[in-house]
Write a protein of this length. Sequence first.
Length: 706
Amino acid sequence: MLAMIPYMLRKLQSQTIFCLVAILVLAGCTDPPKDSNPSAETKEEAFPFSHDTARLSKIGAEACVQCHADEVEAWQHSHHAKANRPISTELDALAFSPKRQIKESGVTYQLSQEKDEFVLTVLQSDGTSSRYPLIGVIGETPLRQYLAKMPGNKLQTISATYDVINDRWIDVFQGEDRIPGEWGHWTGQGMNWNANCAYCHTTEYEKAFDYQGNAYHSTWVQQGIACAECHSGLEEHVEAAKAGDYQRGLTQLTTQQTEHNCVSCHSRRDELTKDAFRVGDNFHDHFALSLPDQPGLYHPDGKILEEVFVYGSFEMSRMAHAGVSCMDCHNPHTLELTLPTENNMLCMRCHEAGGTLNAPIIQPTAHSFHAEGSTGNRCIECHMPKTTYMQVDPRADHGYHMPDPLMTQELGIPNACSNCHSDQTLDWVVEHAEARHGEKLSDSRQRRRALAIADAYAGSPKAVPALLKLAEDEDIPAWRATYTGLLSNYLPDATVAEYLKAQLDDESQLVRERAVKAMAMIEGGADALIEKLGDASRSVRISAARTLTIMGLTIPDARAASEWKTYLEFNSDRPQSLLILAQVAARNNRSSEVPQLLQRAVQLDSANPGMYHQGAIILSAAGLNEAARQYLYTGWELAPNDAQFPYSLGLLAAEDQDLKTAVGFLEETVAMEPGFYRAWYNLSLAYSRLNQPEKASAAMQKAQGN
């Protein structure tokens, strides 16, 4: 029976890695990452305005202004134009004069100007300090984030941020200590500009990460979002226009292509390709969109929770499904709204007699029960409530939900009514909302979604029939994708398995992408995955390739294998990809590669105990038990109350046939977490092998919940 203990370690390896992939969207490949730009030593590069001044002269605003002066003028004042720039004595002196200080995460940040240089000085409590030159700026209003230059051409977004409107420095993570070594600390990879910010703040950006040198050789044509990010064929068009031909080079984009261009940045997504998205491309060939099947990003009804950057919430909305697109509401050059919202003109363009897109006719005062001209009568106040991010940056929800105070009461989901009626109790708000709109809300799809998804987040079996029922007549692809992703957590339930297999042929790549992830847990799923390697959407092909890799299978399709390898190399600056690479190396008997890959992964998130637990599992799979043990001890120091660490140490000891040590760790595990039934089971096996039948029997009773 004790032979089961090493088996249980192997089973733990499989389950934990699969869970990690499902949550973090990981990559895998059979080869270690290569350097994108190999060099014997890393050359430290300057922070220029442009890496290609010749191309900038052909496609930049200066090349367009002669014919498009009004558009260029409008763009120059937009947030796009000011999305990123070098630091400037003219524009930034006010923020640093006089010398400013802000306390954050146990240290003091001092911001100062020294002649023409701007400096961040980190003052430690022990009197030591570190000095960092600030060389770039993200954003204009309401806040500006400054970039510090680090070794390896890494630009880091400091978390001490300038509040432009109130002329003060703030901590964007106020109340949330972030210590060195954490992913989200300003020196960590989570705040790295090259990997996380630059793509959406510069024109024609190339990340160019050199894995071997652990450095970036990033390039861009222009800082800020300029003409070439939204218009194709500019170089040809500019040259032709000089000769009087004003049509050559221009491509008329479809509504979908225009929207995909906008949301390539205005979305929470995983980047799939080394070759950057270009005007006219399909979003889903370059990105995998995040939806509420990933807990923590949205509230259960789909309202925004974390920073999701518009597209996901918009895709789940009835408005998007009806055909509304970005340019229906936003001017592409100023980014301002095309009509005012104070008097509901923008919304009534569709929702009045003779409006567009066959929208239902709405009479605002009768609909809202609020007087004309009042805040409560404005459509956007109720259906596009704002959530404040980074302390001072309110952003509107684009899901167009109905306010539902009852869901605030039951599930903690915010509601727009309470935003205005803050002087009233929640019970009062619920009572009035139910009296006025209760019939619309009580059996609304929105409420049924919220309840079902909340159950799914809690792991309740009640979610299965509710999600399947919702899916029966769901016409919005993003919601079908959400149900699909959530239902995959309930495998091997036979009904769920049948539903998921049917979704492999859904018309939406969002749904297919999530369905293929579930095939690892379904009998015969490998054959379906191999078929999906030829899917029309790259996001689906990469999802299928990833799942095959998780299952330990090869990728027989050359195109999908190449795309997968590219994804991995492109994302080799992220711990998730490195963990999967290490897992594959362990599986393919390349154990010598495993420690280096794991060391790099841990360096990127060294304060996260989960990294050490995952690393230990992979090291054990590679037969490197002593290294695995050291990883577990380190993780346990970081998380002394996490019973997974002594449990895994017990399994390792059992695999090494050190049963007394195994029993000690397993006893400590169940003392920490008495409901850890698997640990009781393994403890029973160990007691039995040590010829302690009474203890073995008692532990088995505990394992069975008695």
